[in-house]
Design a protein around this ligand. Structure first.
Ligand code: ADP
Ligand code: MG
Length: 211
């Protein structure tokens, strides 16, 4: 029998928002990963596209986010601008139960100056692509020392696209005390190498493709 979100240690506001989104039962990857994520463990999660991975890490970021602390607490790195936009949109839906969670999308191909201005205004969660995030780190326009949840989304695609070194630089700018979550559709050797570099004693979950 599939589990409902109400079996998890989440606030009633979070649960009722999920209900309003039509999320009553967890997808298999959410069921496998959320108990681990909510225990603050590092995690490698493998499941195919369309299985609900965004809500898995999104709920994890939001469950421990402090909206009254206006600093970047969650960072999601995505391979493309299109995916970063999708993740930001889903995070905004998931964050509807709280009034004032600021989510900023930082991707290449758009002017730098408005992004710097937005960063000066502050954000709770940043979603971005590797090159542009590294660019902000190099200029000193972003502070990632306050990140408590770091997500590498579609990690296999990012490695395929040659982003390994960029990701290395971004991870180095984050707090060493963060929780790191790596999501991937496949788990080749170079992802294993990345996980050893970036994650601390990670749990591993894999959901086969029936969903
Ligand atoms: P993935 O990142 O694994 O490719 P997404 O996070 O984009 O998948 O989710 C795919 C779709 O499933 C989205 O439209 C999302 O709104 C929906 N979804 C996620 N979790 C649930 C849930 N528990 N119940 C119903 N729909 C869900
Ligand atoms: Mg996804």
């Amino acid at each position: 029998m599939p589990s409902t979100f109400s079996s998890l240690p989440l606030t009633s506001e979070m649960i009722s928002n999920l209900d309003n989104l039509g999320y009553t039962q967890m997808t298999p990857i959410q069921e496998a990963s959320l108990p681990i994520i909510l225990e603050q463990r590092d995690l490698i999660a493998q499941a195919k596209t369309g299985s609900g991975k965004t809500a898995a890490f999104g709920i994890g970021i939001l469950a421990k986010l402090n909206p009254t602390y206006f600093a970047i607490q969650g960072l999601v790195i995505c391979p493309t601008r299109e995916l970063a936009d999708q993740v930001s949109n889903e995070l905004r839906r998931l964050a509807r139960f709280a009034d004032n969670v600021k989510i900023l999308t930082l991707c290449g191909g758009t002017p730098m100056r408005p992004q710097i201005a937005s960063l000066e205004h502050g954000a709770h969660i940043v979603v971005g692509t590797p090159g542009r995030l590294l660019d902000h780190i190099g200029r000193g326009s972003i502070n990632l020392a306050t990140v408590q949840t770091l997500v590498l989304d579609e990690a296999d695609r990012m490695v395929d696209m040659g982003f390994y070194e960029d990701i290395y630089g971004i991870v180095a700018a984050c707090s060493p005390r963060r929780q790191t979550l790596l999501f991937s559709a496949t788990y080749p050797d170079d992802i294993r190498k990345a996980s050893e570099q970036f994650l601390r004693d990670p749990a591993e979950v894999k959901v086969e493709s029936q969903h």
